[in-house]
Design a protein around this ligand. Structure first.
Ligand SMILES: Cc1cc2nc3c(=O)[nH]c(=O)nc-3n(C[C@H](O)[C@H](O)[C@H](O)COP(=O)(O)OP(=O)(O)OC[C@H]3O[C@@H](n4cnc5c(N)ncnc54)[C@H](O)[C@@H]3O)c2cc1C
Length: 389
């Protein structure tokens, strides 16, 4: 079955004409790298001096990419997506907090989100960012094996315990939990924690998921290693795939600190490993629950073709497709319409705390990155189609 990723009628079925106009203005604005750069600087200054920004941000970029400030304020967005067989994954998108109190709050909020997922059939996964659960310096030192102070060692144990508590809660309410991947220099301790919790909680089914960033040239081999560990340990492998969001900073740091760049030499190499990883899991789908997190048509179609060739039911519980809220509805809605499992990451949180997330979305949607022209083309196409009807 070939998915028509250009079918904008399905893609934007949940959007009113007014929604389409707002989306058009937004993507047109952020398609300019100059505007995004200037906006980024202005927002950093505004946040620094506590200048109120809600009035400008909330009805525009925030509303497009974020579900609301709290779990319950996302209900309307979840319900709307659910009507079209598109599920939601509530993602508390408060990032880069280093204060003990903020970390405690993020942990408690994530527990609430897991609980909430357990009660709503439109929320099939929970998720968290590991750097929200511990100070980044502690994760970095724990990952590199650097010497740690007594206090840091205590914080590392606290981090591992928090990850354990979150996975335990997910297991209790029977909701799979995705552990996001961030910068490579935090990943060793995250891999350790994730593998430990998979061994604890994935015996009957996949509850805990690691994230494999396929822009790293070592991840295909690591996938094989993770699978072998799961087989030896008698548990299911939960595997979320993404290409990876931190390429520039990874390359810069590797150059500055003079170590081997962890990123693939070019996009083709990333694509090749990404697709190989998806195939690897599909060939072992009885033992691996696969989460294909991409806005790439080819990596989506590839999975659909494989499922069809191997006569896997479209709603096979081990096969999931996922995109971010506010992006690539042409994939989410067209794939969901054919009966496949689709879930969108739905970020939530207070405006000023989700700014780093929004700035990443704005940057990846400038014309410099290519994605915005695509979104913009689809919006234009749909506006035109509606006008001619
Ligand atoms: C549901 C979901 C969850 C996500 N969770 C995470 C997460 O936990 N961690 C995370 O890091 N990201 C995450 N992302 C973002 C993701 O990593 C990508 O940045 C984004 O999805 C773009 O990749 P793509 O597969 O959609 O599409 P494409 O547009 O085909 O690929 C773009 C990606 O290719 C890679 N790339 C581009 N140029 C080069 C080059 N010259 N050399 C090597 N590689 C290159 C980069 O990774 C770039 O982001 C998530 C995305 C989704 C949809």
């Amino acid at each position: 079955m070939k998915i028509d990723f250009n079918n904008t009628q399905n893609a934007f079925i949940s959007k009113s004409d007014w929604d389409m106009t707002k989306a058009y203005v937004l993507f047109k604005t952020i398609s300019s790298p100059t505007i995004v750069k200037a906006g980024n600087t202005m927002l950093s200054v505004a946040l620094g001096v506590h200048f109120p920004i809600n009035w400008a941000v909330k009805p525009t970029i925030y509303q497009h990419f974020v579900g609301g400030e709290t779990i319950s304020s996302c209900d309307a967005a979840i319900e709307k997506l659910g009507r079209y067989n598109v599920k939601s994954i509530l993602d508390y998108s408060v990032e880069g907090k280093e204060d003990a109190e903020d970390i405690r709050l993020a942990f408690e909020e994530t527990l609430r989100a897991i609980d909430n997922a357990g009660k709503n059939p439109n929320i099939p996964f929970a998720v968290f960012k590991p750097t929200a659960m511990g100070r980044s310096i502690v994760l970095e030192k724990a990952s590199s094996g650097e010497e740690m102070s007594e206090q840091e060692t205590k914080e590392k144990e606290q981090f591992l315990d928090r990850v354990h508590q979150l996975c335990k809660k997910a297991h209790e309410v029977d909701i799979p939990i995705l552990i996001d991947a961030e910068h490579s220099w935090y990943q060793n301790i995250i891999d350790y924690a994730t593998n430990t919790e998979m061994a604890n909680f994935n015996k009957e089914k996949a509850i805990v998921f690691n994230t494999f960033q396929m822009y790293r040239h070592d991840r295909l081999a690591y996938l094989d290693k993770s699978y072998k560990m799961s087989q030896d340990g008698g548990y299911f492998l939960g595997a979320k795939f993404v290409r990876g969001a931190y390429m520039e900073i990874e390359r810069e740091r590797a150059e500055q600190k003079n170590y081997l760049d962890p990123i693939q030499p070019d996009k083709e190499a990333t694509d090749k490993d990404y697709n190989a990883a998806i195939r690897y899991c599909l060939e072992r789908i009885e033992n691996i629950k696969l989460f294909n997190g991409t806005h790439n048509d080819e990596s989506t179609q590839l999975m659909i073709d494989f499922m069809e060739e191997n006569k896997l039911p479209t709603d096979h519980d081990h096969c999931w497709f996922s995109q971010l809220y506010g992006m690539s509805d042409n994939i989410s809605f067209n794939v969901a319409k054919e009966g496949f499992n689709v879930a969108k990451y739905l970020p939530y949180g207070p405006v000023k705390h989700v700014m780093p997330y929004l700035l990443r979305r704005a940057e990846e949607n400038t014309s410099a990155q290519g994605q915005s022209t695509r979104e913009l083309d689809f919006i234009r196409q749909e506006k035109k189609r509606r006008k001619s009807n």
